[in-house]
Design a protein. Structure first.
Lengths: 563, 307
């Protein structure tokens, strides 16, 4: 009975693959004639989590709603920051504290309301007051703390100059802030619509297609929670053409296999938009089949995964979060960190945990992902190479009797990828160092809660860049008491360098950031493992599918050719 | 002189053979040997135990070692059952999984018996309040969804309280604590019936104490059904462990549990079916073997099935 079912499934699968391969082979239409149906459809595993720019934080949500909202600036395909609603770069005072923004005067919301400076001041004050995950975007602005603490409703640093210009005064120089102004938290919302729906800090308006008003090229037209969301181009969009797509339909399908089946039967235009991925085995199948491979794009994404080492040397040392000492901490633990990093064959790791290199590639240039500013260059990390003999030698010096690694537990938050990485690390460390390590999975909330308190001696860590600025890595991960560090790493030299670099424009501070990255490498603060890959699957007749390291292409870039 | 009365000689032709005296176990074994399905099951179980024992000292490759060859490699001369998604040798892991299966199955059967037999004997022998209390608990436990409780037990004992590391022991304990009632109820019934039998009464009259009555007279005579019940507990425990591991809630990686191996290969079934087929076939054969042997033992110990 079981065998019959298995073989029946196999037969169906083989048939489906054959049909798809046959269709793929015949669809080499390179004509630019557009298909009559320009519906862009794709699946998502989970429903959108947050529809309000003030509280948005997930890459999934941002990838979708950057098509319906916009701000003063945006990132182009090469991740350069370019004006969007702003007319040009801000005027920055000589002391680096005051930014004056000038806006285009023809910008309208999707409901026709004009966009004025009042809307921006309202949106930014509102975002600071809501205190979403990325409210700290406005932390440099004078008066932020009072709004964040609920003692005021408006940041004193924001001043309207006229209907189409305003200024922001910072409490201290923060050159990176200009980059943060292009983030979703700084998108503009329609003051009139939000206040008509309720209090300024409420978000209900954002879930209702009738009131989810933005300045992007698309607007939400329908939404059934946990089932589907639909969008349509904005008529007479202020930014010009909205492209060829006439409708966007997103379906929520928890099972990746089911999504792919629907895609293969022609019910989805693509898979991969909104930070989605394929089932690992399916990516391997697509990548190994010459016909299917034509539909697959594997593009670098701005995420690095590394081995996190705990730097706590004792209670309160070097960080207030430390409760006890750890074998990998400080100078005493450096040999151990080096040994554990050198004992990992990253080619093997990529082959096994990254589905034969379809989900990630080996990290050899420091913790900042390849392609982002601050990357050190290929093969610049001497501890990200596989050297079993050296690893064993260092390990014997560090832990001659095995007491430091007895009952070693590597902890990760539950996910297929994290499990595969841990299993492979365990195998390699046992084979190359003789260390028997146990993999332990924790639910996401418990894991992050414990990691913030530096509870794990060795653990999974990764960071997906929010924007292309090294400050995003150091301030959140590596300065003393960084919120997302998890390692309780502390280095006064690095702290000072970060402070200095953050105050300067990136053109003047990039070398400093790279030097900071080099410090991390030299001290083996992170055991860098892999950089991320974003997968896209689409037929040849769908053009404009893809993205850069941080975002998908805009929907306006996509068009469906006759097929 | 009076003539002696003639002596009637017994007719030797009419004499008959007395039946051979056999013990319960030897009688059961004689009938079990006639059951071919049970014998096939016994051979499979024998192979399972031998494989498990061998795996303690030798497997072709370490069960945890990844990348011994290309991932998803189909069966070959070097790797007769192929390699899995992490490049691990499936034959080695099947062998390692056999040990886990034996540990879980036998361990659970022993603990289930250790809990169920004394409680069943006490309830059936003493009756009255003792029986009421024990039967009450048996009924309460029957009313609780065993799978759910077992899952919670595994989580609480290992992950929440950290009393027992996630491994075979916690699986065995969780299973046994939720499945002891079958044995207890069966033994209770046996004890209720046996305590009224003449040989028990005779032993009691000759001064035997309660413990001696239970240990020397009642328990040995209830042994047949107990063995059958314990045999059926083994595949249930094996399936329970495989189920938990398939869900990712069982033995930690890289322990070569057959359930976890099936889960690992599940997503690659369409292009690497060997990964999931090997553990599922091993699991199916094991479950069938224990069930065949259990059925055979039940028939062998059942006096109504005498032929």
């Amino acid at each position: 009975m079981t065998r019959i079912a298995v073989f029946r499934s196999l037969a169906v699968a083989v048939g489906a693959v054959s049909m798809l391969a046959a269709c793929g082979g015949g669809n080499n239409n390179t004509s630019e004639n557009l298909a009559s149906d320009q519906t862009l459809s794709f699946p998502m595993v989970d429903d959108v989590g947050n529809l309000d720019p003030g509280t948005m934080s997930a890459a999934v949500d941002i990838d979708i709603f950057r098509n319906t909202y916009s701000g003063l600036y945006k990132f182009d395909d090469q991740l350069n920051e370019v004006p969007d609603i702003a007319t040009g770069a801000p005027q920055i005072s000589t002391d680096g504290l005051t930014y004056t923004f000038k806006m285009k005067n023809n910008v309208k919301f999707s409901n026709g309301d004009p966009v004025k400076a009042d809307d921006f001041l309202f949106s930014w004050n509102r975002a600071a007051a809501i205190q979403g995950d990325y409210a700290s975007v406005f932390q440099p602005v004078a008066g932020y703390d009072a709004v964040a603490n609920g003692k005021a409703t408006e940041m004193t640093g924001l001043k309207k100059i006229d209907d189409y210009s305003f200024s922001a005064t910072l409490s201290a120089p923060a050159a990176y802030w200009f980059t943060e102004v292009a983030l979703w938290t700084a998108w503009v919302v329609d003051k009139k619509v939000v206040l008509a729906a309720g209090k300024a800090t409420e978000s209900n308006w954002a879930s209702d297609p009738a009131t989810a008003i933005g300045t992007g090229s698309f607007k939400m037209t329908a939404r059934t929670p946990k089932q589907s969301i639909d969008f349509a181009p904005v008529s007479n969009w202020w930014g010009g053409s909205t492209g060829a797509i006439t409708k966007v339909h997103i379906e929520i399908i928890a099972d990746q296999k089911s999504s792919l089946t629907k895609y293969e039967s022609g019910n989805f235009t693509l898979i991969g938009f909104a930070n989605q991925s394929l089932d690992p085995d399916d990516v391997v199948r697509y990548n190994s089949d010459p016909q299917l491979k034509k539909q697959l794009q594997l593009l670098p994404s701005a995420r690095t995964t590394w081995i996190g080492f705990n730097f706590c040397e004792g209670a309160g040392k070097p960080s207030k979060n430390c409760t006890k000492g750890n074998p990998f901490a400080g100078d005493a633990g450096k040999l151990g960190r080096e040994a554990f990093s050198l004992a990992v064959d990253r080619d093997q790791l990529v082959d096994i945990a990254c589905s034969k290199g379809t989900a990630c590639f080996k990290a050899t240039g420091g913790v900042i992902t390849k392609g982002l500013k601050g990357y050190l260059g290929d093969n610049t990390d001497p501890w990200a190479v596989f050297d079993k003999a050296k690893a064993q030698s260092l390990f014997k010096q560090w832990d001659p009797d095995g007491s430091k690694t007895k009952n070693l537990v590597y902890t990760y938050n539950t996910s297929g990828f994290n499990k595969a990485v841990c299993d492979n690390l365990a195998s390699q460390w046992q084979a190359n160092l003789g260390v028997k390590m146990q993999c332990t999975a924790q639910d996401r909330a418990s894991f992050f809660n414990a990691r913030t308190k530096c509870s794990y001696p060795i653990f999974r860590h990764s960071w997906g860049a929010d924007y292309d600025h090294p400050q995003d890595w150091f301030d959140f991960l590596f300065v003393t008491d960084a919120g997302s560090g998890g390692a309780c790493y502390s280095n006064s030299q690095l702290d000072q360098m970060a402070k200095d670099a953050n105050a300067k424009p990136l053109s003047q501070s990039l070398d400093t950031y790279k030097a900071m990255n080099k410090i991390l490498v030299d001290n083996t603060v992170t055991g860098n493992l892999v950089y991320g890959i974003q997968q896209y699957v689409s037929p040849a007749y769908v053009k404009g599918v893809g993205g850069n390291a941080l975002y998908d292409n805009y929907w306006t870039d996509v068009k469906i050719l006759q097929h | 002189m009076a003539q002696a009365a003639p002596v009637i000689q017994p007719d030797l032709e009419l004499s008959y053979e007395m039946p051979e005296q056999v013990t319960l176990l030897s009688d059961a074994w004689r009938r079990l040997k006639r059951n071919r399905l049970a014998l096939v099951g016994a051979v499979i179980i024998g192979l399972l135990f031998v494989t498990a024992l061998i795996s303690i000292v030798w497997t072709p490759y370490p069960t945890w070692l990844q990348a011994v060859g290309p991932t998803y490699q189909p069966p070959s001369a070097a790797h007769p059952l192929g390699l899995d998604q992490a490049g691990r040798d499936i034959l080695s892991r099947i062998m390692g999984g056999a040990l886990i299966t034996v540990q879980v199955g036998v361990g659970s059967a022993i603990i289930v018996s250790l809990i169920g037999i004394p409680l069943g004997l006490l309830a059936g022998f003493y009756r009255g309040k003792v029986d009421t209390v024990i039967s009450f608990f048996i009924n309460i436990w029957y009313g609780i969804p065993d799978l759910l409780v077992a899952l919670i037990l595994v989580f609480v004992l290992s992950d929440a309280l950290h009393l027992i590391p996630r491994g075979v022991l916690v699986i065995v304990i969780a299973f046994s604590l939720t499945r002891w009632m079958d044995v207890a109820r069966l033994v209770r019934g046996q004890a209720l019936a046996l305590r009224e039998r003449e040989f028990v009464e005779a032993a009691r009259m000759s001064g035997a104490r309660d413990f001696a009555l239970l240990a020397r007279h009642i328990l040995p005579n209830a042994l047949g059904p107990i063995i059958v019940q314990a045999t059926f507990a083994i595949p249930a425990a094996v399936l329970f462990e495989a189920f938990l591991s398939f869900l990712g809630l069982g033995l930690p990686s890289p322990t070569p549990s057959w359930g976890a191996m099936a889960a690992d290969g599940y997503h690659g079934m369409d292009f690497a079916p060997h990964i999931v087929l090997a553990p599922t076939i091993a699991l199916s054969l094991t479950l069938m073997a224990f069930n065949w042997v259990g059925d055979g033992l039940r028939d062998a110990f059942d006096p109504r099935m005498r032929r």
